[in-house]
Design a protein around this ligand. Sequence first.
Ligand code: DGL
Length: 271
Amino acid sequence: MADKRPIGVFDSGLGGLTVVKEMIKQLPNEDIVYFGDTGRVPYGTRSVETIRKYTLQDEKFLLNNDVKLIVAACGTVSSVASDTALQLPVPFFEVVSHASKSAVNATKNGKIGVIGTNATVKSEQHKKHILKFMPKSEVITVSCPLFVPLVEEGWYSADDLVVTKTVERYLKPIIDFGADTLILGCTHYPVLSDAITKIMGKDVTLINAGTSTASAVKEYLAKNNLQSEKNSASHKFYVSDKPDSFRYQASILLGKDIDETQVQEVDLSSL
Ligand code: DGL
């Protein structure tokens, strides 16, 4: 039985568009409703209680849009608020476990690095998943709080000295540790992939959580016969602040331009 309802994706802001990018690549026929909480971003520096409160509202908004499943694109939400999914009437996908599994499959020396926001690193969720899949692995986690503002400023080129110096300073402990695999545990980090590879070297495998999660969603839909059978797909974007800088940010994070008519501002305060 096909299911033509959209997939719901949410994030603390526009960073989750890197996950949408991977979903569009792997699931070109699926409609997507995206909610970016641009009015309350960032989540990564907030308390667990606040992140959980916002997450419940984000999920409620997507449920009101009749989605068939929900993807938490946000590394921070996935790390500290995944258990809110227990209350959901639809399947829920977070980005931590899928990225951890991909890292375990990729590593050869069993040394895995994880980078994310402060909240993500503090939660140690990646480490828990990695050790469950591969008990003999070694994991190092580092928070990189300046990566998000760098990307949002449009500073992500591997030829930009400010970018490479910042990347080098954060990743030095991971290089010294000898990790051969690095999980990009935050929505924005895939945009810095070239700069990270320049510093870490080509032999280090970068794990894009969006790619891993889109594969898991694809597998789930196929297994349960829930794919959309349409030949084209619509993508709708909702934000909680004025969508002024949406076009610029979206072109960086999604890798293509979005028409402003596809973007709508919503107020979640009553949910
Ligand atoms: N989307 C967040 C994440 O992936 C990064 C931005 C924020 O701190 O809210 O962790």
